[in-house]
Design a protein around this ligand. Structure first.
Ligand code: MN
Length: 131
């Protein structure tokens, strides 16, 4: 018997403009977590994909083109349809003010980059609704 992976049947939206991070995190979440992973390259595309696909968890890079990750988080948290989706901020800055700003914008969790893919997966699982 193959044990079901924790993310089987669940979807993560990864909003990230760095191609290496996109590849590393999405492959790991798919192969080790069993998640379906959707990708968006900027904050505005992330909002649109979240509204269309209603993912279980969103990983949101803070530094993004068009609309940054904190602005995109504020939009999603102000919308009754998407406000309950957990959003985990990804940021290159391990500074306390950034953590505070992410929390102020409505982020439910926070991972400092560079982060091991397993750290990202653990944080996604910690926020996965219904587990
Ligand atoms: Mn970025």
């Amino acid at each position: 018997m193959i044990e079901a992976l924790p993310g089987a049947g669940r979807t993560v939206l990864l909003v990230e403009d760095n191609e290496d991070n996109q590849m590393i995190y999405s492959l790991y979440l798919e192969q080790r977590g069993g998640f379906r992973v959707l990708l968006a390259w900027n904050g505005q595309a992330g909002i649109e994909l979240a509204r269309k696909e209603m993912p279980d968890v969103i990983l949101m890079d803070v530094s993004l083109p068009v609309l940054n990750g904190l602005e995109a988080t504020r939009v999603l948290k102000a919308d009754p349809r998407t406000r309950d989706i957990p959003i985990i901020a990804l940021t290159a800055h391990a500074m306390l003010p950034d953590r505070t700003r992410a929390a102020d914008a409505g982020c439910n969790g926070y991972v400092s980059k560079p982060a091991e893919p397993q750290t990202v997966l653990n944080e996604v699982l910690r926020h996965l609704p219904g587990t």
